[in-house]
Design a binder for this molecule. Structure first.
Ligand code: ZN
Length: 252
């Protein structure tokens, strides 16, 4: 059993939260019990995840996508009321880490995705490693667009949407988990022959073709499962709390 305050400070420090400008609050978003023994993690603090936390008698929920996004309606009504009241009624703390958890050098979503796909990270195109979100590097062995797409599919267990803008071998590759399709232009400018992110827009197809970059839309949810799970494991190993990751299926 460890205090909520100790854990919050430790996670905030490890993820260097104060260094990020974000469109949401990073850290403790909803205050629950003062001590923590069981942490349930998941990608998004949706009702299904909260129900799992209640059933498992967790005292904290740890997510990548929490609440209180800039420009969302502020009133706590409807769906939001049900979520918040589930947490408050059951004394469950809610920790949410957005950009800091995308950027972390070892536990971040981008670090995890690169590792799992066998990509060698060299640098970030939008800031130093540890702060940047757009990662850039090389495949560990030579591959082409088809091989990369099938590696993404077998690694993430989801068939990606692929726009083959580049033919031949891929030697330079960029990636950013989540909804970063509009970073394609920056990736192309830096010389990437392939770019992997989570989502795709109609315009992305034309950009990829005309910029000569293979674009792989690998799933927002699918590319962002690993960071929060790794962070949960880190908390468990360091502070001796129980941790369980729950994957609430999401095709997006
Ligand atoms: Zn996301």
């Amino acid at each position: 059993m460890i205090s909520r305050e100790t854990l919050t400070e430790a996670i905030d420090a490890e993820l260097n939260v104060s260094a990020f400008k974000d469109y949401t609050v990073n850290g403790l978003q909803i205050e629950g019990s003062e001590t923590v023994t069981r942490v349930l993690s998941g990608v998004t603090a949706c009702q299904a995840l909260l129900d799992e936390a209640v059933a498992w008698q967790a005292d904290a929920v740890l997510v990548h996508h929490g609440y209180f996004w800039k420009n969302e309606p502020v009133a706590i009504t409807g769906m939001k009321q049900r979520r918040v009241s589930t947490l408050l009624k059951n004394g469950i703390n809610l920790w949410a880490y957005h950009l800091p958890l995308d950027a972390h050098v070892t536990m971040g979503n981008n670090a995890c995705l690169g590792r799992r796909l066998g990509l060698q990270a060299e640098r970030c195109l939008d800031g130093e490693l540890g702060k940047g979100l757009l990662w850039f590097g090389r495949p560990e062995e030579p591959l082409d667009s088809d091989m990369l797409a099938s590696r993404v599919e077998s690694t993430l267990g989801r068939r990606p949407t692929v726009v083959q803008g580049h033919t031949g071998e891929i030697e330079r590759i960029a990636w950013c988990t989540g909804g970063a399709q509009d970073m394609l232009a920056s990736a192309a400018e830096a010389g990437a022959q392939a770019f992997i992110s989570g989502e795709i827009s109609e315009r992305t197809t034309h950009m990829a073709r005309e910029m000569g970059v293979t674009y792989i839309s690998a799933g927002h949810h699918a590319t962002e499962r690993d960071g929060v799970r790794e962070l949960g494991e880190w908390i468990a190993a360091r502070f001796g709390v129980e941790h369980r990751f729950v994957d609430i299926d999401n095709p997006a």
